[in-house]
Ligand binder design. Structure first.
Ligand code: 13P
Length: 251
């Protein structure tokens, strides 16, 4: 039984003050919700404020990125040790925006995934094809390479502790969601690759879908057998829409 995860990626939005306002509305709306994990990934500058507000609530804290070393002369970077000190449980690794704008590669994804696990953080490893790749029929090979290379640094038993997010690049922030069937198809494909890498753990790995998830489409996505949750961008910034996504059965 895989416990669903509904995770909000706030990207480069939300000051500490704005986060406070959002949480004041959001937390009462989700406090009674059981049998799922709720995760918020604010920007670094709001992690501390959000972490304090989440104490005693069922909502967990995640970061959007990290550097794969404990400390050192890496100006501008944040380490797993620093995230741990703020009681972060999750960290997003290899988001397509980081790959596209900041030169992240499958190699850096592999290093960061390993470092996250070694430091007790659950990595949410992002994969996804571009529109061009999809139109050329390359979705499966692209995803397969991202998974095999991005997870190359971990052992089979560590698979149980990772989360994968399938985020087709063409669906992110575009209002264009993958159909539930298309998303299911790719998530099932991801699980077959995981099964070839870690046969005993593949059924336990949570696979999330991300890309224009909204209250209106979450229920159908969650009804798919291989979709175990969602990684939500824009719709996680408002208490009303994200709480409805968290309470997906009621939509
Ligand atoms: O990139 C995403 C989450 O990581 C998805 O963003 P949107 O939900 O805004 O499309």
């Amino acid at each position: 039984m895989r416990i669903p995860i509904l995770a909000g990626n706030w990207k480069m939005y939300m000051t500490p003050r704005e986060s406070q306002d959002m949480l004041a509305q959001f937390l009462p709306l989700v406090e009674a919700v059981a049998s799922r994990e709720i995760v918020l990934c604010p920007p670094y500058t709001a992690l501390s404020a959000v972490g304090e507000l989440l104490q005693g609530s069922p909502v967990k804290l995640g970061a959007q990125n990290m550097y794969p070393a404990q400390e050192g002369a890496y100006t501008g970077e944040i380490s797993p040790k620093m995230l741990q000190a703020l009681q972060c449980n999750y960290v997003i690794i290899g988001h397509s925006e980081r790959r596209q704008y900041f030169g992240e590669s499958d190699t850096s994804v592999a290093e960061k995934t390993k470092a996250a696990l070694e430091n007790g953080l659950t990595p949410i490893v992002c994969v996804g094809e571009t529109l061009e790749q999809r139109e050329e029929g390359l979705t499966e090979p692209v995803i397969e390479i991202q998974i095999r290379r991005g997870l190359a640094s971990i052992t089979a038993t560590q698979y149980e502790a990772i989360v994968i997010a399938y985020e087709p690049v063409w669906a992110i922030g575009t209002g264009r969601t993958a159909s539930p069937e298309d998303a299911q198809h790719v998530c099932a494909f991801i699980r077959t690759i995981l099964a070839s890498l870690a046969p005993a753990e593949a059924q336990k790995v949570r696979i999330l879908y991300g890309g224009s998830v909204k209250p209106e489409n979450i229920k159908e996505l969650m009804n798919q057998p291989d979709i175990d949750g969602a990684l939500v961008g824009g719709a996680s910034l408002q208490a009303e829409s994200f709480s409805r996504i968290v309470r997906f059965e009621e939509q």
